[in-house]
Each structure stands twice: as structure tokens, then as C-alpha cells.
Design a protein around this ligand. Sequence first.
Ligand code: AMP
Ligand code: MN
Ligand code: MN
Length: 317
Amino acid sequence: MLITLKDAATRIKSANKILITAHVQPDGDAIGSTLAAMQILRSIGKSAQVFIDDTVRKNLHALPHFEEIRRPIDGETFDADLLLILDTSPDRIGNVRKLTDAPILNVDHHVTNKGEDVELYVEPSAAATCEIVYKLARELDADITPDIATCLYTGLATDTGFFQFSNTRAATLAIASELITCGVSPHFISEQLEKKSLAEVCGLRDALNSLKIFCDGKVAGMFLDLASMQKLNSTGGDSTEGFIDLIRVIDTVDVAFLISEKAPNFCRVSMRSKGVDVSKIAAKLGGGGHIRAAGCTLKTTLADAEKILVDAISSAI
Ligand code: AMP
Ligand code: MN
Ligand code: MN
């Protein structure tokens, strides 16, 4: 059921023990929005705890209160009267779903999120969920501390490719400006986020070596097989984030994709586009996302995933 931002604020005010989560394979917006929400809710007297059912990329570990994020363990339950799900629909939160039966409040900016069965505030024009959490903080009269602002700015910066993607609007920059007034240090966040481990740069080399071009140059794809993914993940906390941007820039390319074989018969697909609505392609394949950035999971071999994806993209362009 779709609700307004005011309804979402009212829902939060009436709760006391709030469990906060976001999607698996968390990005800067998922971690930034949940950590910001945790601090905002605590500042208005609520008990709040973040759970994420995945490892988190190392360069997000410097965010304020990062060390308080918990990962659910088998059979664990958590006493809560509200489950606040940010930056995704409830189907991508892994085992956090099993921690509580509390009612769900879902706050998101993905156009593919339709809010079936739960209360959802969705704002597809928001560049990041952090934009919405900022507005929620204002609605709740919460003070935006430098730590909260740092978390929110991280989500804005990562989901907009540092204010370069087409989702960057005047409102996005206005909120970023407010956050700087609240104490954010943009260069500190940028330097933190651009860091890559040696394993990540080696993974990037493997990915670029696999580059293939399809559809007369309109589509470019990269492939990371199980061996490459295992090398990349050897230390935990390494990710393929940003790899796809290096082929998205090819001048003839409209759709770029990266398929990562995370386990046998389990391939993660990332897509980026300059025109085609890739959220529709992803939704057809059981995933979702935004017009220009979307993804899905294909439970097949890498070779079959390539075929399925290239077929779906060619029929869309
Ligand atoms: P990524 O390529 O992982 O950066 O994801 C691009 C966008 O698509 C993000 O907004 C994701 O939240 C969304 N997305 C990725 N994978 C899925 C999926 N399996 N289901 C729904 N949305 C997804
Ligand atoms: Mn996200
Ligand atoms: Mn997001």
C-alpha cells in the first residue's frame, strides 16, 4: 500500500523498537541510509538497530557507527515493533526477514518497487534513499548532526556517481548543500569512497579482459567467472562496484552489463544504460532497479546467463 512521507513519519513516531535494514550486496545508499536512520531515530528517543545480511564493502567501513551494524545469525530473533526497510523492496533483505514479525515500513526510491503487502513510501524521482531519509529527518524535527550528514551524503554521492548521473536534480544538490552546512566534508568522503584494494584492481583487470561487444557496438558486457570472483572476495569486503562504469563510457554503447558468477549456477547481473529502460529488462528477469541502473540474479551457468541477458537486451533496444 502506498503512503505519504507524513504517514511514514507518523508510523515511525508510534513505534519504539525499530529494526532497520536494506538490501543484500549493500551499496553506499543502503549503508548510508540505514546508519543515518538509526542515528535519527535514536535522537528522537527510539531504540534502533541496523541489521544487514551481507558483508559490506571495505570503503564504507569508515562511516560513523558502522561497527554497530549486525548480521543476523541462524535462528536469531530480535524484539522490534517496526521493521524499517530502506532502499529495496522486502524481498532483498536476506535473513533479516526472519528476525521479527513486526509490521513493515518500506521507504525506497526504486521505480520497480510497487509496495505489495506492505506500507511503502516510494519516491522514484529521488536520486537516493538518503534524499528521502533527509526529508524524513526534517519531518521528525530531528537534528542533523555531522555524523548523520556524513552518512546521508555518502548515499547521495554513490547513487549519483558523485552528482554526475541523470538522477542528479536541483533537489539533490540542494540537500547535498544542506548536508555540507551540517558538517559534511565532501573531499574526505570522496577520498574514502574511491579507494580500491589490490584484489579489486586485479578483479577489474580480469573483468576488462573479458570485454565483449554485441548488437553492432550498442551493448558491451564483462564477465567474472567463479575463479575471478573467489580471488576478488578472498579477504571479504571487496566488490565489483564501479567496474561497469568503465565500459558504460564506450561511445557507441547504450547498454553495459557485468555478469559475476558468485556461486555455481548463481550469476549476479548489473546493467547501466544511456537511454534504454534497463529496469524493465531486469524486472522481466526477476530483478529490478532504475531506468539507467538495474540488476537481477540468474540462477544458471555464466554461459547461459550471457545468452539470456543478451537476448533480453537485444529485444529491448
Ligand atoms: P547494481 O548494478 O548492483 O549497482 O544495481 C543497480 C540498481 O539495480 C540498484 O538500484 C539495485 O538496487 C537494483 N538491483 C540490482 N539487483 C537487483 C535485484 N536482483 N532485484 C531488484 N533490484 C536490483
Ligand atoms: Mn542501493
Ligand atoms: Mn539507492
